[in-house]
Design a protein around this ligand. Sequence first.
Ligand code: ADP
Ligand code: MG
Length: 230
Amino acid sequence: ERARDILETVKDRDETRLGVEAMELLDAYGIETPAGDIVDDPADALEVAERIDGDVVMKIVSPDILHKSDIGGVKVGVGNEDVYDAYEDLITRAKNYQPDANILGVQVQEMVNLDDGVETIVGMNRDPQFGPLMMFGLGGIFVEILEDTTFRVAPVSETEAEDMTKEIDAAPMLRGARGNDPVDIGGITETIQRLSQLVTDFPAILELDINPLVTLPDGVKAVDVRLTVD
Ligand code: ADP
Ligand code: MG
């Protein structure tokens, strides 16, 4: 199956750390990701951007740069006319950061409307004692500051996944606080379960984070992923 092929390719490349180049893995498990593609030249980047309606997000794709924003490696709201410049700038930034970085290209991605949504994180860490520990919490920039997270051992049942969405301090935000619409809780619990299935099927995945999983009133989207394989 597809997920196996993707992980095989990774092994061949001799990388243990992976970023958005592994998003197809999520796709293979039915976790929704924004439209887009990874390209290795500006003309192709423009072609992908034109295919996507409206502004796009562009990100550096390199197993050596897993915290992309830290080096200015994520550009949000790029119009078609700025795609070439953005492409060159991302590559320049990556090379300045690490001259010998293995740069796989640039991801051109559909922009998700964060105004209507909440950035959450869904992750897994393989604990030597408990096994695969699934994590759910508030994502984006808040994840480190607030440490608003909850854990369960995989595989998680539907009820357990639902409980996770209720346990975090920010739970009211998901259910529509301050006049906002509630987000798609069912989409979150489904994502937790699908990810739980993925890491159960592939013990070689040591850790994996979807950060953020953008949760919206009408669905959820995994816009970023990083993982470690053994
Ligand atoms: P990294 O975590 O490596 O810095 P991300 O891909 O998570 O890179 O992007 C950083 C931030 O940029 C996200 O937390 C989110 O706020 C924003 N972002 C990334 N991709 C999108 C997207 N497709 N639509 C809207 N915002 C995005
Ligand atoms: Mg991220």
